[in-house]
Design a protein around this ligand. Structure first.
Ligand code: DAK
Length: 257
């Protein structure tokens, strides 16, 4: 498959997608989002891939949805374009996704990073939901995932007043996993992704599902869901291998089944 707005690479068991509209600060137009969803789904289906990294470039992860593409649209056109279905496709991905963020991470770009499972940020990263300056508001998770990540007070300031967070603030508020120098952020994200990709694949998949469930359900239902997945893992060869390897004081060899 050839893409125009993204670049796709593999690094051992890690699939890497680079958003590639540098002149537009990687603004997320429909074509880019379609290509991104398609590439990520392909990595999700590929057994040789264990985890996925999404990145932009040093200047911008993504400066938001493409304003020029939506400026003249009517409400009905926006509804009919159904761009949100591409975001839903990303949400259904079972393998862990890490966002490697440098520079502007704004609007839909911030929402894309929030839709990933973890965020590795460079010191230059800036997170914001500036839609209010355009007379609109976040539409792809910015009021929901952001609030769950940073809490009400900070989310309100970002969404209502367009406040940007520095990388260090984002770390302090729990939006990102770690902050590293600009030269190292992508390498660091790939390293983290490689570590996860080297773990027992079925356990990783179910553990991701269980953590996501924590945002969707009551504590009682979530605990029951977690317990069922935990028991299920005793039906895998990897559970037998993992526990046997511990007892025999050796490294486990995962089979992914
Ligand atoms: N869209 C289109 N083009 C953009 C862009 C964007 N979001 N951001 C930047 N660009 C373009 C600029 O127009 C400029 O293009 P040329 O003029 O050179 O042709 C080029 O990128 C470089 O930008 P600047 O010249 O502005 O660069 P500066 O360094 O001066 O400023 C900036 C950088 C990031 C502060 C500034 O570009 C900026 O404020 N950008 C807009 C940020 C923004 O407002 N983002 C939120 C957009 S709304 C949904 C899905 C998603 C969304 C909603 C719903 N559904 C599926 C329902 C998301 C909405 C949004 O993200």
């Amino acid at each position: 498959m050839t893409y125009e707005s993204i670049l796709v690479e593999t690094h051992d068991r890690v699939g890497l997608v680079r958003l590639n509209r540098p002149q537009q600060l990687n603004a997320l137009n429909s074509q880019l989002m379609e290509e991104l969803a398609t590439a990520i789904e392909a990595f999700d289906r590929e057994p040789a891939i264990g985890s996925i990294v999404i990145t932009g470039d040093e200047r911008a992860f993504a400066a938001g949805a493409d304003i020029k593409e939506m400026a003249a649209a009517s409400a009905v056109e926006m509804l009919q374009r159904d761009n949100i279905s591409r975001w839903d496709r990303l949400r259904r991905v079972r393998k862990p996704i890490i966002a490697a963020v440098s520079g502007y991470c704004l609007g839909g770009g911030c929402e894309l990073a929030l839709a990933c499972d973890m965020i590795v940020a460079s010191e230059s990263a800036r997170f914001g939901q500036p839609e209010i300056n355009l007379g609109v508001m976040p539409g792809a998770g910015g009021t929901q995932r952001l609030t769950r990540a940073v809490g009400k007070a900070v989310a309100m300031e970002m969404v209502l007043n367009g406040r940007f967070l520095t990388a260090d603030e984002a770390l302090r508020y729990g939006l990102v996993n770690r902050v590293v120098p600009v030269e190292a952020y992508l390498e660091e994200a790939i390293k983290l992704a490689q570590e996860i990709a080297a773990r027992a694949p079925v356990a990783v998949r179910l553990a991701k599902e269980a953590v996501h469930k924590a945002f969707e359900t009551s504590l009682t239902d979530g605990l029951e869901f977690e317990r069922r997945l935990f028991y299920f893992l005793f039906a895998t060869e990897d559970q037998k291998e993992g526990m046997r390897a511990f007892i025999e004081k050796r490294k486990p060899e995962w089979k992914g089944r």
